[in-house]
Design a binder for this molecule. Structure first.
Ligand code: PLP
Length: 354
């Protein structure tokens, strides 16, 4: 399929690169394509960034048929722009689509479209330390009827937003609260997909945690409320004695690309890594007896987020000395050096645009 180009006649002024924040500024263009059950995907195009016009009965507004991805384009020291494992995001998008009965995309075409789009918006990829161009592909059901039935019309877009350094002054430990009332996902549900609905259902717990001074919640499994799952928009890892323990992918946890990359890097560093069930009781015990050495969240936005404080059933525990663990820091440095092209990419994880 050809990508039609309709470029803006009035490019925006570039922002102050020192004040980007997250997801507030958008580039000049967006990638769009449409789907219907007869034609498949059609009308792939890059057009000026702007509002969408949608029928008020569109499926997405009523039944939440929406999935998304999140990845970044990085400015290398040599000035070129690269993506980090983008094929993994496209594969995951299709896994999410399959679960929600939304149409899947052609992976090779979509990767090509993503690269073309980023190449076009290259001047929007910032170069200050820690900054990047955040890419948000998303796909939703767009049938113009209130009937609940299989999707016949859908839309796929990619929008892009230059984002600031997550940590202006080095890694910053966060306070996390274990959520004991709400659950985010159950086995058999949509926990392993990146769908908007998972987030809608997690807002209340997030608000409650924020009201008590915690930045995110740590979710427990939805059945026994006993096993650690993940944090907000991050997977989670714990260094217990000399072993990194991370919840295994049971179907209710999002299979993070940062998680997968961390596991591979940790093993190369000679660390023992266990993907398994980890109960709150085991974690609480490890905090009490001092065998919990480090804890961190991992995801595309923050890369590594050290956990300084953890609250369990009303009791707050400081993780080790509450600071940034050695392994967290090393993992952050190793991974970000690959992502920003400062270290050789020995894993073939990156690909340049153009
Ligand atoms: C996106 C996401 C993650 C992290 O995935 P990455 O691919 O590492 O960015 C973790 N948990 C949830 C719920 C997510 O939506």
């Amino acid at each position: 399929m050809e990508i039609k180009m309709n470029l803006t006649k009035s490019p925006k002024a570039k922002p102050d690169w020192n004040k980007l924040g997250f997801g507030k500024i958008f580039t000049d263009h967006m990638f769009v394509m449409d789907w219907n059950s007869e034609k498949g995907w059609y009308d792939a195009r890059i057009e000026p960034f702007g509002n969408l016009s949608l029928h008020p009965a569109a499926t997405v507004f009523h039944y939440g048929a929406e999935i998304f991805e999140g990845l970044k384009a990085y400015r290398r020291p040599d000035g070129e722009v690269q993506l980090f494992r983008p094929w993994e995001n496209i594969k995951r998008l299709n896994n999410s689509a399959e679960r929600l009965s939304l149409p899947q995309v052609d992976e090779a075409f979509t990767l090509d479209a993503l690269k073309k789009f980023v190449a076009l918006e290259k001047d929007w990829v910032p170069s200050l330390p820690g900054t990047s161009l955040y890419l948000r592909p998303f796909l939703f059901g767009n049938d113009e009827t209130l009937g609940v039935h299989t999707i016949h019309n859908a839309k796929f877009l990619i929008i892009a937003s230059p984002v600031g350094a997550y940590y202006a002054e080095g890694l910053n430990p966060v306070k996390i609260m274990i959520e004991t009332e709400d659950v985010r996902a159950v086995r058999g549900g949509t926990g392993y997909t990146k769908c908007g609905g998972n987030y809608a259902a997690s807002m209340r717990a997030g608000d409650r945690a924020a009201a008590e001074g915690y930045s995110q919640v740590l979710w427990l499994d939805g059945v026994e409320r006993k096993y650690i799952e993940e944090v907000g928009a991050m997977n989670v890892m714990f260094l217990i004695n000399d072993t990194v323990v991370t919840p295994k992918l049971t179907g209710s946890i999002l299979p993070g690309i940062t998680r997968k990359s961390c596991i591979e890097l940790l093993k190369e560093m000679g660390c023992k890594v266990e993907e398994r069930l980890l109960s709150v009781d085991e974690l609480e015990k490890a905090m009490q007896d001092g065998t919990l050495k480090e804890a961190w969240g991992c995801g595309t936005a923050a890369v590594i987020s050290p956990i300084g404080e953890l609250r369990i059933n009303g009791t707050s525990f400081t993780v080790a000395d509450g600071g940034i663990g050695k392994l967290s820091q090393k993992l952050y440095d190793t991974l970000t050096d690959i992502q920003w092209g400062k270290a050789p990419d020995t894993h073939q994880w990156t690909c340049k645009v153009d």
